[in-house]
Design a protein around this ligand. Structure first.
Ligand code: PLP
Length: 487
């Protein structure tokens, strides 16, 4: 493909993207293909001869789109949102245009220098303590995922505690023995990425029980620490979550910070979904606990209009991360790195190479402004509240399962003398029917034995019309299932 053909195909592709977003509400949200559908449609081998673009473009329409789940649909209410926005798509195009592999400053100075600038902007916008800004010891870095943020901060915490023991004179054998006794904490609601990070690092992880509202409390943490120390374990890391995966619950971070005060335990705050809400003053009360943490992460690619991937991690002392992850190689040596005047982001993450992700943060912050971002969050919170109020109008049919938080509503079906089947069977059947309709997509989860339907609006295209349609459909489907039960 030469430049002239790229120009032509590029314009066509942008037109196709616009058409996709304009027509998206008419698509069935989830794909109906069977497993293995694509293998049946594609040849066994890559082509020997170059193929014309028309053939490739046509396969997008006929072979790929049928297998797409439309996460950007205004009727996508499943899991958590994975926002997309036009400024972010344009930033992706520029990132692809430069295609720099910005592992260190000298590999492409702009790629490195833009990242701390926009993460400082974002830190100020959401209200993080200045200890997280890059002009002190702290700083931000864009990871690919919240899971990676958990892993790298756990590695930093492990490095920090082992260094403490080293300083006290522990030799290699002792350090090895200490490594095998390290224990990390989360709650029974913490995302499974903590378990994975513990697996990768060969440390223990413990899921502590939560209260009635699925929040982790300080007293529980205190008791666990005391018990583990008495049993010869060494607590070194804890994850507090703002917006847990199942119910968007909020851990009692201030209590947790008090419980670990005076210890060497690292507090990481995972706000993968809900951190975006901090752009609004009404959510800033959460900062009291967040600002006591060693590190804080949220996925701008979930609910703040950045295309995947864009997980923003701040750390109050970047040297813990750098000391844990930095390795040198002759081929990467350069005067800028030796001078100590620059950041080399390869030392803040697992991979060496990295995309120019800060461009999308820059474009989004500038095209929306703080005002536009607040409007986006408030619109989603308002739409969730609209759905919640509708649910409340039918107390004989629906039950709110967990306290509504941010833009998430969890509910289940109430069994009564008409609904002779158990609430779980009804809830699961109704969720399946809703999703089979193709008109909406919702998620099902189970908490403390109760099956729950999650309603989580997030697409910038979602409006009141889509929420009302989803609720009408829910009523109709519930009515249908009810009739079947009576028959
Ligand atoms: N933490 C929380 C609270 C989540 O809800 C999720 C995913 O939904 C994750 C972590 C994992 O996110 P990622 O896919 O960015 O690793």
């Amino acid at each position: 493909m030469d430049t002239e053909e790229f120009r032509k195909r590029g314009y066509e592709t942008v037109d196709r993207i616009c058409k996709y977003y304009q027509e998206l509400e008419n698509y069935e949200v989830s794909s109906k293909v069977e497993p293995g559908y694509l293998k049946k449609l594609l040849p066994e081998k890559a082509p020997e001869e170059p193929e014309p673009w028309e053939a490739i473009q046509s396969d997008i329409e006929t072979k790929i789109i049928p297998g797409i789940t439309h996460w950007q649909s205004p009727n996508f209410f499943a899991l958590y949102p994975a926002n997309s926005s036009f400024p972010s798509i344009l930033a992706g195009m520029y990132s692809d245009m430069f295609n720099v592999i910005g592992f260190n400053w000298s590999s492409s100075p702009a790629c490195t220098e833009l990242e701390p600038i926009v993460l400082d902007w974002l830190a100020k916008l959401i209200g993080l303590d200045p200890k997280f800004y890059s002009d002190g010891q702290g700083g931000g870095v864009i990871q690919a995922s919240a899971s990676e943020a958990t892993l790298v901060t756990l590695l930093a915490a492990r490095h920090r505690i082992l260094e403490e023991y080293k300083k006290k004179g522990a030799d290699e054998d002792e350090l090895r023995s200490i490594s095998t006794r390290l224990v990390a904490y989360g709650s029974d609601q913490t995302h499974s990425c903590l378990k994975k990070a513990a697996k990768i690092t060969n440390t223990f992880s413990r899921a502590l029980p939560t209260d009635k509202k699925f929040s982790l409390c300080g007293e529980t943490v205190k008791q666990a620490i005391e018990m583990d120390i008495a049993n010869g374990l060494i607590p070194f890391y804890i994850v507090g979550t703002i917006g847990t995966t199942d119910s968007a619950a909020i851990d009692k971070l201030t209590e947790i910070a008090n419980a670990i005060k005076g210890t060497k335990i690292w507090l990481h705050v995972d706000a993968a979904y809900a951190g975006a809400a901090l752009v609004c003053p009404e959510f800033k009360y959460l900062l009291e606990g967040i600002n006591r943490a060693d590190s804080f992460d949220f996925n701008m690619h979930k609910w703040l209009l950045a295309n995947f991937e864009c997980s923003c991690l701040w750390i109050n002392n970047r040297y813990h991360l750098i000391n844990a992850l930095s390795v040198s190689q002759d081929i990467l040596k350069n005067p800028a790195s030796e001078s100590g005047l620059v950041l080399d982001y390869k030392d803040w993450e697992i991979p060496l190479g990295r995309r120019f992700r800060s461009l999308k943060v820059w474009f989004i912050l500038r095209t929306y402004g703080a005002k536009g971002l607040r409007e986006h969050i408030r619109k989603m919170v308002g739409l969730a509240r609209r759905f919640y109020n509708k649910i409340l109008r039918y107390p004989d049919i629906f039950v709110i399962s967990t306290p509504p938080e941010f833009a998430l509503v969890n509910f289940h079906i109430k069994p009564n003398n008409i609904f002779t089947k158990s609430s779980n069977v009804l809830t699961e059947t109704i969720c399946d029917r809703l999703n089979e309709s193709g008109k909406v997509l919702l998620s099902l989860t189970k908490m403390r034995g109760q099956s729950i339907i999650r309603f989580s609006p997030g697409s910038p295209l979602t409006t009141e019309k889509h929420v009302d349609m989803a609720f009408e459909l829910l009523l109709n489907v519930t009515e249908g299932v009810k009739k079947k039960v009576i028959e």
